[in-house]
Design a protein around this ligand. Structure first.
Ligand code: MSP
Length: 631
């Protein structure tokens, strides 16, 4: 049986977890769930890095001992992971005896192998990064480049690790293994850094008491990063070389934010080389989640309202948004309006409506899952696409491209919606076509089962709901076409993504002095002459391109083809449609509207849409040649 070992960083429990921690952990969870689905024996490790100076300070500020403080905060991580459906196998604490003993053994091995020596250190230190900075990395103000906080000057007798000795081996390893560091940009950063030369690192602290004592000099404690990195083996039972350790080391994937990739891709491998242990296979450094373009920061009050958004949209929508919206290696700005748009467009419309529609038709026309007796047009294509989706998904997951992985699944979701449309299955209830109807509905149900398997690593709760609704009592994890039994009782279909009215929840209350806004009733009484109506030039157009408008959560900039010419139109539909859903769609454009400039962008026309609590684009019942007049 193949094995798969994935880890998150162990987070500092100086305060409760935030959305940045959640982002990394959700990504690791997808990998763990995906590999379990594929039949691997998986170990998924996460935990907390307790011996930090920040933890010590936070404890002091509350008048607690550091251990008591950790005992209070560590469970808040576990609680969040439960809330987010994280399927970790180990939640590890570095104050555990297992870790303490393992870390000390590891230090002894480094010492015995001759890579630890005593020396004097002086330099600038960031308490939040727990990292020394050299003069050349700093400006005159001596501010931490990541945390923007003043650095401390530290001077002491320390033990050092001969990191410089491993420079050439590290360079060769990263050079020869293009898959070692993801994404490529991070790998290049590291190669450049390596080429500029590695210095030995100090690995002990004589001035601190909160930490694990050096095994061969109890006056010192182990530098937190050395101790923390070793958690990836100590948690498995490195100390006793347990069966679990032998099964899972080396790790398949260490996943983390870009801030700490260097520790994982240079220091950690060098330590492992020094201990003659195998290296992890992949180091994945993802981008930062930002809010309004700024790094999340408790001290500066920049945070993401994770609890609020999960309460409104559900945990799967939150997971889906983070994984689908951002390219994993790049920074991503968290925007509730985009979460709302993804919820409506991808989850409620594309997937939720598909499920409801299919269940509705099955319930109305059949007694349970119909038999697929009458093959016809598109059936083979659907089956082949299902298989192709599995293969593509695998490629994307191997490249840690969660966004394209989900997009690939959604192409299949949309194809099934189109299958229903193209076959006009709802018209086939007559006796002579009923068996074809049954086949199409069987295929649609099987496609939904298939989809539920593929989405289960990303949005596990939804996957289970879908299988329950199509009548499966036990979750079927196999992505092979045709496994759905005939004759299952399908449910009536509760919406899996019920409509969310953010207006109700999020609108600020009107101030007491402000006049309450009258709800505008649509005007239907004012008559226009036929001649006036005829002045409107309404035309069929196709969306060629669509993109969000910077700093305008509601707007999309569209390029549309009117047959004879192309136009740019700005439309206020971003909360209801994602750009990729629009591309290729036919729409109706008011072609002779005066151009207007909206947020600095010229809009040459207007797109028609039904506009009430939600917004739905107007189109003709069937596609027509571009430029056709609508009257
Ligand atoms: N304790 C060390 C890690 C030791 S691992 C052997 C540490 N802890 S931390 O609490 O600061 O967590 C840092 C990690 O949290 C980042 O690497 C990243 O995985 C995650 N994130 C923290 N803020 C983040 C964002 N704003 N955006 C995305 N991820 C972020 O460093």
């Amino acid at each position: 049986m193949s094995t798969f070992y994935v880890t998150t960083p162990i987070y500092y429990p100086n305060s409760e977890p935030h959305a940045g921690n959640a982002y990394t952990t959700i990504a690791a969870d997808v990998l763990a769930r995906y590999h379990r689905l594929k039949g691997s024996e998986v170990c998924f490790l996460t935990g907390v890095d307790e011996h930090a100076a920040n933890v010590y300070n936070a404890a002091e500020a509350e008048g607690l001992s550091p251990q008591a403080y950790c005992d209070k905060i560590a469970p808040t991580f576990v609680k969040l992971w439960e809330r987010l459906n994280i399927s970790h196998d180990i939640f590890f604490r570095t104050t555990s005896d297992l870790h303490k003993r393992g870390a000390q053994k590891f230090l002894n091995v480094l010492y015995d192998n001759g890579d630890v020596y005593k020396g004097k250190y002086e330099g600038y230190y960031c308490l939040s990064c727990e990292e020394f900075f050299s003069e050349k990395e700093l400006t005159d103000e001596k501010i931490c480049p990541t945390h923007k906080l003043p650095l401390q000057w530290l001077e002491e007798e320390n033990y050092f690790f001969r990191l410089s000795k491993y420079q050439d081996r590290l360079l060769a390893h990263i050079d020869e293994n293009p898959d070692f560091v993801y994404p490529a940009a991070r790998r290049n950063e590291l190669l450049n850094f390596l080429k500029s030369g590695l210095q030995d690192v100090s690995i002990s602290r004589a001035s601190l008491s909160w930490g694990i004592p050096f095994p061969f000099d109890p006056e010192h404690i182990i530098y937190i990063w050395i101790e923390a990195l070793s958690n990836y083996i100590t948690a498995l039972g490195y100390e006793t070389e347990s069966e679990q350790y032998q099964t899972f080391w080396p790790a398949d994937v260490h996943i983390m934010g870009k801030d700490i990739t260097r520790f994982h891709a240079l220091l950690w491998p060098a330590m492992l080389m020094a201990a003659n242990l195998p290296l992890p296979k992949h180091i994945v450094g993802h981008g930062w989640l930002t809010k309004d373009g700024e790094a999340l920061s408790k001290t500066r009050g920049i945070f993401i309202d994770m609890d609020g958004d999960i309460a409104t949209y559900g945990v799967d929508a939150f997971r889906y948004y983070l994984l689908r919206e951002f390219s994993f290696g790049n920074d991503g700005d968290y925007r509730p309006a985009r979460l709302h748009a993804r919820y409506n467009a991808d989850l409620a419309n594309d997937l939720g409506n598909l499920l409801n529609r299919v269940l509705g038709l099955v319930n109305k026309n059949f007694d349970g899952t119909p038999e697929p007796t009458t093959p016809g047009e598109f059936d083979n294509e659907i089956k082949q696409m299902a298989q192709a989706t599995v293969d593509k998904l695998d490629e994307h997951i191997k490249a840690f491209a969660f966004d394209t992985a989900l997009e690939t699944i959604w192409e299949f979701v949309r194809r099934i919606n189109r299958y229903i449309q193209q076959t006009e299955v709802w018209t086939l209830a007559k006796p002579e076509t009923k068996s074809r109807m049954g086949t199409i509905l069987y295929n649609s149900l099987e496609a939904l089962r298939f989809i539920s398997v593929l989405i289960s690593p990303f949005i596990p709760e939804t996957a289970e709901k879908i299988q329950k609704q199509i009548g499966l009592s036990e979750f079927d994890t196999v992505a092979e076409w045709g496994r759905l039994p005939v004759g299952l009782t399908v449910s009536r279909g509760e919406p899996i993504f019920p409509r969310v009215d953010t207006k109700k929840q999020k609108q600020p209350q009107p101030k007491a002095t402000a006049k309450p806004k009258q709800k505008q009733e649509p005007k239907t009484t004012e008559l226009v002459s036929f001649a006036d109506f005829q002045k409107l030039d309404l035309r069929v157009a196709r969306v060629l391109a669509a993109e969000p408008v910077e700093d305008a959560d509601r707007l999309l900039k569209l390029q549309v083809d009117l047959g004879t010419e192309k136009r740019q139109v700005v439309a206020g539909i971003a909360e209801h449609y994602t750009p990729e859903v629009l591309i290729g769609k036919q729409v109706i454009v008011v072609a002779n509207l005066e151009p207007a400039t909206i947020r600095g962008i010229e809009s040459q026309g207007m797109i028609l849409a039904g506009s009430g609590d939600s917004v739905v684009l107007a189109s003709l019942e069937e596609d027509m040649p571009l430029g056709t007049q609508v009257r």
